[in-house]
Ligand binder design. Structure first.
Ligand code: GLN
Length: 495
């Protein structure tokens, strides 16, 4: 069995572990070996064999004692935006190089309590700001300098971002699953670009405690794995109220997100926003999405044409609000409490300035400057307040749409993964590519991406968006699609 352990998904691996056909130590070693063989992708920022194997041995002891924990012994890797006791946490930034958290993020803790074994920490865009995983400032495992993550389907292309390390690791079979975070698309877009399945739950479902904050009214954690079935299993462990530690935690009980997986899709109304299939969507992406919609009709679903008229506005609205929140959240990095501190300075003000100048990368500084500007006296009403108003309208548009349909479908991104450096350092080119994930983020809705075909050899993701707390239905729709198709089973060559 050991030879193909990396081909098993979370569900199959958890079963094999429970049946004692494989041990947690074997599963961990197997994946650590693969991580070592495929360092060139740059997906991992930290591995620590001793820590991983100690946790795997503990899982084996629990399994021997008959543990029924859902993920007992399953190795998973965490986006390096979640703080992890015993491991470094960098958020991809020089600012946090060398930082070690004294505690685990709630999501990390919950997964560990379900028996999962931590394989390592995954590369991401600095403070989760980016769409290509090119904004990384800390070295990847096997390198002595920072490197962008590469897409396992084509090493000359980006894996998407900001959870690019997570998507690449899952696609390359270095981990059966990974955690990700999604503020404006960072689970769905890299899942789409790397041909894996990822879900961002309803805002507030997963605790933000211990997730290095970017834009607090948008940040959400979620799983990235090879199937909807695996995502449902992981999500059930990750979510649940955390009222003492996250004031925006939803007051909704933990759920079994797998409970509806096999429900029939007969009569399911799938809304297709006309704005999601217009000009600007690559023809190959449109064709894959159309084919997926036709597959859904075969499965009994009904296609309904809908409109989300403010789709385009989601870009300026998001990049005003996310920057505003980031400028406030990142003010904690002042060189005093934690993080990088400049060596030479004359006084306190210079210490702050130099520490931030040296610790933050260009994209992070750009967001802080935009955020500070839109929040400043005289501009607050024109930008920040206006963006908040349009955000509400975008959320209302979705509620209008959900009167006509149960689930919304479209592409996760207008194109497949682009070439490294193709956007030539033009941040706006990256921002524009977020157009289909931002609306759902601004509304706080659950959304996912699942593999739905290829364009020029690169994976295309189908995005499904559901109404608040309707994750189980989204996962049901995705699972039925995956039972009827094999896009999610394709692996990049050489992996
Ligand atoms: N690409 C978006 C940004 O750069 C989204 C990032 C995210 O979801 N973390 O802000």
């Amino acid at each position: 069995m050991s030879a193909d352990l990396h081909q098993m998904g979370v569900t199959a691996l958890a079963r094999a572990l429970r049946e004692r056909k494989v041990s947690a130590v074997e599963a961990a070693r197997h994946h650590l070996e693969r991580i070592g063989q495929h360092k060139d992708i740059g997906a991992f920022i930290a591995v620590d064999e001793d820590l991983t194997l100690a946790q795997a041995r503990a899982a084996d002891a629990q399994l021997a004692a008959g543990s029924a924990a859902a993920l007992a012994g399953v190795p998973i890797a965490h986006k390096d935006i979640f703080v992890t006791a015993g491991w470094p946490t960098t958020a991809g930034s020089r600012m946090l190089a060398g930082y070690r958290s004294p505690f685990d993020a709630t999501v990390v803790r919950r997964l560990a309590e379900a028996g999962a074994v931590t394989l390592g920490k995954l590369s991401c865009d600095e403070f989760a700001m980016g769409s290509a995983n090119e904004n990384v400032a800390v070295p990847a495992v096997g390198f002595d300098h920072a490197v962008p993550v590469r897409n396992p389907w084509d090493a000359s292309r980006i894996p998407g971002g900001s959870s690019g390390g997570s998507a690449a690791a899952v696609a390359a079979r270095l981990a059966p699953a990974a955690t990700g975070t999604d503020t404006g698309g960072s689970i769905r877009q890299p899942a789409s670009f790397c041909g894996v399945t990822g879900i961002k739950p309803t805002y507030g479902r997963a605790s933000r405690y211990g997730m290095v904050a970017f834009a607090s009214s948008l940040d959400q954690a979620g799983p990235m794995a090879r199937s909807a079935e695996d995502c449902a299993l992981l999500l059930s462990s990750m979510c649940g109220p955390d009222p003492d530690r996250d004031s925006t935690s939803l007051d909704a009980p933990a759920e079994d997100f797998s409970r509806r997986l096999t429900d029939s899709l007969d009569g399911l109304r799938i809304g297709v926003p006309k704005e999601f299939l217009g000009d600007g969507v690559a023809p190959g992406v449109r064709a894959a999405v159309e084919a997926a919609l036709a597959e859904y009709e075969k499965l009994g679903a009904r296609r309904v044409e809908i409109t989300l008229p403010r789709t385009e506005l989601s870009i300026p609205v998001y990049y005003v609000l996310a920057a505003a929140e980031a400028s406030s959240n990142l003010s904690r990095f002042d060189g005093v409490k934690f993080g990088h501190r400049a060596k030479d300075y004359r006084d306190l003000a210079e210490m702050y300035a130099k520490s931030r100048e040296e610790g933050f990368g260009d994209e992070v500084k750009r967001r802080i400057m935009i955020g500070t500007y839109v929040l400043s006296h005289g501009y607050y009403d024109a930008y920040y307040l206006q963006a908040q108003k349009v955000r509400r309208m975008i959320a209302d548009d979705f509620q209008q749409a959900f009167r006509q349909c149960d689930v919304i479908a479209g592409p996760a991104a207008p194109t497949v993964a682009w070439k490294l450096g193709e956007h030539g350092g033009d941040p706006v080119a990256d921002y524009l590519a977020d157009i289909f994930t931002l609306p759902g983020s601004l509304a706080g809705l659950p959304g996912m991406s699942l593999p739905a075909g290829f364009d020029g050899g690169m994976p295309v993701g189908l995005q499904l968006i559901g109404n608040y707390c309707d994750e189980a239905r989204l996962l049901n729709a995705a699972h039925r699609f995956q039972q009827a198709t094999d896009w999610h089973l394709r692996a990049p060559e050489g992996y």
